[in-house]
Ligand binder design. Sequence first.
Ligand code: ZN
Length: 421
Amino acid sequence: MCVVDKSAFVCTLNPTCHELLCELPLCFDNYFQTLFDIVISASAQQGEVESGTRRKIKRLLSFQRYCHASRLLRGLVPHTPGSLHLLDDDYLGQAAHMLSKVGTWNFDIFLFDRLTNGNSLVTLMCHLFNVYGLIHHFQLDMVKLHRFLGMVQEDYHSQNPYHNAVHAADVTQAMYCYLKEPKLAEQLSPLDVFLGLMAAAAHDVDHPGVNQPFLIKTRHHLASLYQNTSVLESHHWRSTVGMLRESGLLSHLPADMSQDMEQQLGSLILATDISRQNEFLLTFREHLDNQDLDLQLASHRHFILQIALKCADVCNPCRVWELSRQWSERVCEEFYRQGDLERKFDLEISPLCNQQADSVPSIQIGFISYIVEPLFEEWHRFTEPSLLSQTMMGHLHKNKARWSRLRYAHTPSDTQTHSHK
Ligand SMILES: [Zn+2]
C-alpha cells in the first residue's frame, strides 16, 4: 500500500477513492493536480519554475504517469524502456533482419520487441514510414517524428498484460499487411497510409487495463467527460491529438489539413469500439452485397481503413497458434486482474473477468464466434479472397478447434495458467 499520507490527497469526486488510491486509476488526476500545484508553488517560491519541469509534471496527468508514480510511492524501481542498457550489434542485426520480413503474417512481434529492447512500436513505425516514403511526402521533421512516436510508446502501460505497446506494434504490423492487400494497395493515397499506420500505432494509447463499464461504475472522470460513450476510444484519440500538438509533428502543415488529419484519426480510432461492431459489420456486408464499394472515393477508402483497423485490432485468433495463444492468455490475464480488483472492492465482477468461472478456452471461443469470425468472413469476401485472407481463415478455424478441444479436455481450474497474486 501507499506509504505517503493520503489524507492530503482526498478526491472530491468519489467518497470511496480514499481507500482505492493505490490500486485504481480512479482519482489520480485530482491527486496529481494537487501534487502538481504543490511542486509548482514550492518551485515558484524558490524562483525555479522551469518550463521543462512544468511540462514533465503536467505529463504526469495520464494513466501512465499515475502508474509510474504509484510504483515510486510503493518504493519499487521504475522501468523506462530502452534506458537500462544498450543493445549489442547482434540484437540490432537480428531486429533489422526481422524488419526485412515485416510484411509476413507469421512475424513474431514478441521476439521483435525483445530484440529492440522494448522499442518495437517506434522501430516498426520508423521503418514503415521509410518504406512508404511518408517522411519525404509530408516533409516530416525526423526529430519531431521520433519525439511523437516515443511519447506514444511511452504512454502505453507496460504493466498491462495485453493493452501495451507490443499490442500496438502487433496491430500496426497487421495493418501494414492489410494495406498491402492487392485489392487495396494500388488505390491508397499517402494520406490513407499515413492515417492507417498512425491510427494503428495510437489506437489504445494510455489504456488503463480496465474496460469502459469499470470506468463507469467507479465514476471515473473520463466516463463523465465522454458521457459514458466510447470512453476509452475517445481518450485514446484525444491523447493522440495532444501528443501530435505537443510534438509539433504536423505544425508545418496548413491548419485545415492538420485538423482534417486529426478528425480522420479520430474516426479511425473510434471505429475500434467493439460495441459498434454490428453497425460497421452491417454496412460492410451491405456494400459487399451491392458491390458498390468505389475505392476511388476517399470516403469509401476511409470506411475500408476503419474495417482494416478493426480487423487488425482483433486479428489475434487469425495468427499462427504459438503467437495466438500468447495473446489469448494475456488478454484473459488482464480481464482477470480487473475481476480481482472488482472482487477486492466489492464491485460486481464483470463478464469474462471471473477467473473461477471464465476459462481461457471458453473466453476465446466466444470471442472468435461472436466478434472475429463474422468480421473476417466479410474481410475474406472483400479481398476476393487473397492469399493472406485464406491463411488467416485457416489459422482462425484451426485455433478455434484447438480451444474447443482444450475446453473439454480440462476443467476450468486446469486451464488457469495465471495465479492470483
Ligand atoms: Zn487494441
